[in-house]
Design a protein around this ligand. Structure first.
Ligand code: AVJ
Length: 323
């Protein structure tokens, strides 16, 4: 197959709808109200996120790409001819640097993108096989942890988790993720992790409040998805995107604030949740990291830093960890 093979989730569309509906109902009735950020990435959401990464204020992707561009060859030297598996691969543009470095050293490479968006997987798979025909692409349409059992089967592997997506995890989710990943990898497998570093508030807040309003649209799209899939009847123009850097927690809190009272219908469950005027629903957190505390934390889960790469301004870091 020229555009690569894609393994779909075991769950049916009906299961996925129930998952979305029940997670939404639970999150909307908890206090403070929140929605799980994994639901931001439907086909339109993945497209909008891709647009975010190209906004001038969104320094994360550009800075990480710059590090990858200069370090990919060195990373390949350390990792050897491992399979590349990427968590939350999106459209895989940054992966290009790594694939090039891998292909410069071997005839072929196995690349396994793992993503919840089937549309994003198909696009990535098509683009990669077109530009690197010697790459065998096997896409896995699943959430991260659903794909973990597979990792053991493809060792020796280098797991890529780029873009500081790990910043979406709150304390307990982070622990569970690192614990499960460590258990799923074999000794001497690699984990290449991108993290956004603590920096000036203005720089961070600008990245999550782009002037073109793409991030606002990204937040709104979650409610548009709820209207379409859950029959929610929310007025999207009543949804205001709010992203504020919490210095004490060293994280961006992203919320949807409702400018009018809304009754959110969750049709598959026959439930309504009332959101008052001015109320906010958290849709995402984006944590920022410090090397001096995060590296020892990773050590605690069995990940040792082999190399640490950063940019000139120390805005972003790429950690090459060994299990
Ligand atoms: C994909 C989680 C890394 O937190 O910077 C960007 C998501 N949300 N703008 C981030 C996001 C709004 C992004 N991650």
């Amino acid at each position: 197959n020229r555009s690569g093979l894609i393994i779909r989730q075991h769950s049916t569309e009906a299961d996925q709808l129930i998952d979305f509906a029940s997670a939404t109902a639970a999150g909307l009735s908890s206090m403070p109200r929140r929605l799980q950020c994994r639901f931001l990435y439907d086909a339109r959401g993945s497209e909008l996120f891709d647009l975010i990464t190209r906004q001038p204020e969104y320094y994360l992707t550009r800075t990480e790409a710059e590090i990858l561009a200069t370090k990919a060859r060195f990373i390949r030297k350390i990792c050897g001819a491992t399979t590349l598996a990427e968590l939350g691969s999106g459209n895989s543009t940054k992966t290009d640097y790594l694939l090039r470095a891998w292909l410069a050293q071997a005839q072929s490479v196995r690349y396994i993108p793992i993503d919840v968006s089937e549309a994003a997987l198909r696009e990535a798979s098509r683009n990669i096989t077109a530009s690197h025909p010697a790459t065998q692409v096997l896409g896995i349409n699943s959430d991260y942890r659903g794909a973990f059992p597979l990792l053991r089967e493809i060792s020796p592997v280098t797991v890529l988790f780029l873009g500081s997506s790990i910043g979406n995890f709150a304390g307990e989710e982070m622990s569970l993720f690192l614990h499960d990943l460590a258990l799923s990898l074999c000794r001497d497998d690699f984990f290449l992790l991108g993290i956004d570093l603590v920096k000036e508030r203005q720089t961070i807040e600008a990245a999550y409040n782009d002037a073109a309003g793409v991030t606002q649209e990204f937040t709104r799209n979650l409610f548009i998805r709820m209207n379409r899939e859950l029959g929610s009847s929310i007025d999207p123009s009543a949804v205001q995107h709010v992203a504020v850097y919490n210095e004490a927690k060293e994280q961006v809190d992203i919320c949807a604030r409702f400018s009018q009272r809304q009754a959110i219908h969750i049709a598959p469950l026959g439930q309504h949740v009332i959101i008052d005027e001015g109320e906010a629903i958290n849709t995402e957190i984006s944590r920022k990291f410090r090397l001096e505390t995060f590296l020892p934390f990773l050590e605690g889960y069995g990940f040792t830093a082999e190399e640490i790469f950063t940019d000139e301004r120390s805005w972003f870091a790429l950690l090459l960890l060994r299990r």
